[in-house]
Design a protein around this ligand. Structure first.
Ligand code: MFK
Length: 552
């Protein structure tokens, strides 16, 4: 482990020097991606030009091992924590290059778990290479015009060309393809039965495919770029609408299991979203804190102003809670990838991670984006100025509440886990949380009694609520609150684990850890009751808000 700290330190120095400059180059409006569809002879070329900084950020990512560390596994189950710690440093300076990296990471995992022998030889080594000349990035194409979250509406079709070679031709339209300059992509398509010509509808008719962006002669592989997206943020990242016309591809995993297989990518990119928003908050909070030390208001600096400092402390608390949740997900990801398959610890970790991932993405992204907005306010008008850098962090982070599943889609994913496991997932989750509380209580009973009582009571309320309502017709309405309540309680438990560890090991900052826990648990939002109301009442209340004549 002695190699990790110096490596993080050198990357920390780079993200405020050369990597920062690369990110700024990408964020310069003069360098935003451009699409040239035709050459001088009216031949279709569909060339996307990106900033030099974008290419440099790719090379840095490869050299720094931002994907590879997780797969080299030199540090066993801790490799994921090491990798994400580096991503955490890199991301706020890197103008969303973390987006192609997240999909590349997910694609590497799919190749490792589901790839054929050929795919493991051809793609896997490229996706995890540290050599920029060998390193490939991957896209991930799901969303189509008729549906984003509802992939059952997918129109793209896959026609079998050669069964022995597992060769397919894919045609359709992908509405959001991020990092369109990637070298390869993972995409969903609906297979045409070669015998009957029939196409199975619904999401169970979807399979996962891998395809290269270009053919060996350099021509695009049956892809036409219709246009680049004009997005609210992530401006330097090329996102495009693509028409696929006979794109050569190979099926990955079992036919009809596309959604379940691509979920391995989603579950990784969703953790990237949480960590990506978290580190943007860290960057913006650092700016706000520094400003508070220097800005004079009346006869004192802002950090001596009670209302201002209380506001910043609340944001710091949100950061700490979010850091605990996000890196707990990273820890579990590392363990599930490294422990032997038949290890009971692995089974338990997988169960907890499956429930935690949508909670982390939904809760952390939501509260951190709101908190970033407040850091902007903490600098007054200066915070609103582009040069300060909070604006671009806010714009770029906002996408994390949307892509790879919105807050509501993830809340419904939490419901999917609860219902599919028939309550077992929540039971395991509660047991794991309770064990952490017990360990903390044993180490310092006097310090943790009050917080432990509050957390246990909150957890009990959630379990009672879920058990009562998970089969009811109206359960969906409550899932956002249930998800957030689980987020709050997870953060509290992990803040307690952190404080207990810090006290036991006499670590500097232990007192702050205890204070953070107590403030989190005493916050009025923490034990916000979950209230069940009938569907009619909810609809009636919503309609009253919209007005009597509203069509909604
Ligand atoms: C950064 C730059 C951004 C630029 C702008 C971007 C803007 C936005 C661009 C996008 O559009 S990103 C959108 C990416 N799309 C998503 O994140 C999809 C969101 N929707 C979901 O996540 C839905 O929940 C899902 C598509 C997965 C629902 O699909 P189904 O087929 O209706 O779900 P179903 O039938 O419940 O599940 C099928 C199988 O997958 C089940 O397994 P079994 O067949 O074994 O029972 C599920 O358990 C499994 N599954 C679903 N989600 C899973 C999962 N397994 C593990 N983990 C998960 N998360």
């Amino acid at each position: 482990m002695t190699d990790i700290e110096p490596d993080l330190k050198q990357l920390g120095d780079r993200v405020v020097t050369d990597i920062f400059a690369m990110g700024e180059n990408v964020e310069d409006p003069n360098n935003y991606p451009r699409l040239q569809q035709y050459d001088a002879w009216c031949r279709r070329v569909d060339e996307i030009t990106v900033a030099q900084g974008w290419k440099d950020l790719n090379d840095v990512a490869a050299e720094e091992g931002l994907v590879s560390i997780a797969y080299e596994r030199h540090h066993g189950e801790y490799s994921r924590i090491y990798q994400f710690a580096k991503g955490y440093l890199y991301s706020p300076s890197a103008a969303l290059y973390s987006c192609p990296l997240s999909m590349t990471d997910g694609a590497a995992r799919v190749m490792e778990v589901y790839g054929s022998k050929d795919m493991k030889q051809k793609y896997y080594p490229r996706l995890i290479s540290r050599d920029p000349k060998v390193f490939w990035t991957s896209g991930q194409w799901m969303t189509e015009r008729p549906g984003g979250s509802d992939v059952s509406r997918t129109e793209t079709l896959a026609e079998l060309v050669d069964a022995k070679e597992n060769k397919w031709k894919i045609s359709g339209f992908k509405w959001f393809s991020s990092a369109t300059t990637a070298d390869m992509t993972m995409l969903l398509a609906r297979t045409i039965d070669p015998d009957t010509g029939l196409v199975q509808q619904g999401s169970r008719g979807l399979s996962l495919f891998v395809a290269e962006m270009r053919k060996p002669d350099g021509q695009l592989n049956g892809v036409r770029v219709h246009r680049l997206k004009d997005k609210y943020g992530t401006k330097g990242l090329p996102t495009a609408e693509l028409e696929l016309n006979g794109m050569e591809a190979h099926m990955v995993g079992q036919p009809g299991r596309g959604v379940a297989t691509i979920a391995s990518i989603l579950n990784i990119t969703r953790i990237y979203s949480a960590v990506g928003t978290l580190c943007s908050l860290r960057r913006c909070l650092a700016i706000a804190k520094d400003f508070a030390l220097k800005r004079q208001v009346g006869n004192r600096t802002l950090d001596k102003t009670p209302l201002h400092i209380t506001t910043l402390a609340r944001l710091e608390l949100i950061f700490r809670a979010s850091a605990q949740i996000s890196f707990y997900a990273v820890q579990l990801l590392g363990r599930t990838e490294c422990l032997p398959e038949n290890d009971p610890q692995r089974q338990q970790d997988m169960e907890v991670l499956r429930l935690l991932t949508p909670i982390a993405k939904a809760y952390v992204c939501r509260i951190c984006v709101d908190a970033i907005s407040e850091t902007m306010e903490a600098l007054g008008g200066q915070g609103y100025m582009e040069e300060i850098g909070i604006g671009k962090n806010l714009r770029n982070s906002q996408v994390n509440t949307i892509w790879e599943g919105t807050t509501n889609v993830l809340a419904l994913d939490v419901l999917r886990v609860l219902q599919k496991s028939k309550g077992a997932a929540l039971k395991t989750f509660a047991e794991v949380m309770d064990k952490k509380i017990q360990v903390a209580l044993t180490s310092s009973p006097m310090v943790f009694t009050d917080a432990a009582q509050r957390i246990r009571s909150s957890l009990k309320d959630i379990i009672v609520f879920v058990n009562e309502h998970q089969r009811s017709a109206t359960v969906e309405i409550h899932m956002r609150e249930v998800t957030f309540a689980l987020g709050r309680v997870t953060a509290a438990t992990l803040l307690m684990e952190q404080a207990a560890w810090a006290l036991t090991n006499s670590v500097a900052g232990a007192e702050q850890d205890v204070a953070a826990l107590n403030q989190w648990c005493q916050n009025s939002q923490f034990s916000k009751p979950l209230v069940a109301v009938g569907l009619d009442t909810i609809l009636q209340e919503a309609k009253m808000v919209f007005g009597p004549d509203a069509k909604l």
